[in-house]
Ligand binder design. Sequence first.
Ligand SMILES: NC(=O)c1ccc[n+]([C@@H]2O[C@H](COP(=O)([O-])OP(=O)(O)OC[C@H]3O[C@@H](n4cnc5c(N)ncnc54)[C@H](OP(=O)(O)O)[C@@H]3O)[C@@H](O)[C@H]2O)c1
Length: 244
Amino acid sequence: MLNHPFHLRGKRVLVTGASSGIGRAVAIECARAGAAVIASGRDQTRLDATMARLEEGAHDSFAADLTDDAQLAALAAHCGHIDGVVHCAGVDGVTPVRMLRAAFLDRVFDANFMAPILLTQKLLYQKALRNGASILYVSSIAAHTGTVGVGPYSASKAALEGLMRCLALEVAPRSMRVNALAPGLVDTPLVNEDRAWLEEKAASYPMGIGRPEDVAYAAIYLLCDASRKVTGTTLHLDGGNAWT
Ligand SMILES: NC(=O)c1ccc[n+]([C@@H]2O[C@H](COP(=O)([O-])OP(=O)(O)OC[C@H]3O[C@@H](n4cnc5c(N)ncnc54)[C@H](OP(=O)(O)O)[C@@H]3O)[C@@H](O)[C@H]2O)c1
């Protein structure tokens, strides 16, 4: 029992978007699983609230806007050597194509695609990721489905998954793994402002919508050594939504 691989003891893990929602839960649960966590987000006050909830360990936090090149580079430099990264930071991006503007598309792609990919590039180039490290992107079921008005967001997540599969082959010789999580609706500030809308949407989830912890537990599996041969794949966490 003591030797099973379902833990993160001895691993150092960077979590972006750790100041809220899914990223906060990933940071908290990774710490509970034994990891030393580097928690990143834009807002230091919200990051401090996450830090206050981490089980004791060699954790630290680093505030950075990942759409800013200098701040992204500073975070990568801060990390030292790490065994895993969970790219949770992201924004929504809902507008019908007829109303779309280039600046809107840029905002969505900068946060949801460019930031996680350029951060990965920096971490790889600096050799911050140890051999055997796990790289994990938080995508969405929106990358696999069509929903009126959700085009920019869906496209940014589909792009992320496309690159994920190619990167998985590039880093495989170093025993590094690259995967994505595709949650359905999860009760976080990204989507829960309009409770009536959320409850209406929840009706299409046979098992109900997710909690941030549900995503965190899946992240732990893909970060830990139990999944050491799992790469280039997307784990769907949709409570049966795809089958309705
Ligand atoms: N909630 C859902 O239903 C759902 C479903 C599928 C996928 N997802 C994905 O899950 C991820 C987390 O979403 P969430 O629901 O937890 O949302 P959330 O509660 O709004 O949290 C978003 C996080 O991303 C950070 N962030 C946003 N833009 C950033 C930037 N430019 N630089 C650095 N950090 C930035 C925020 O930092 P600040 O706190 O500093 O603003 C915050 O920590 C996103 O990628 C989202 O697309 C969510």
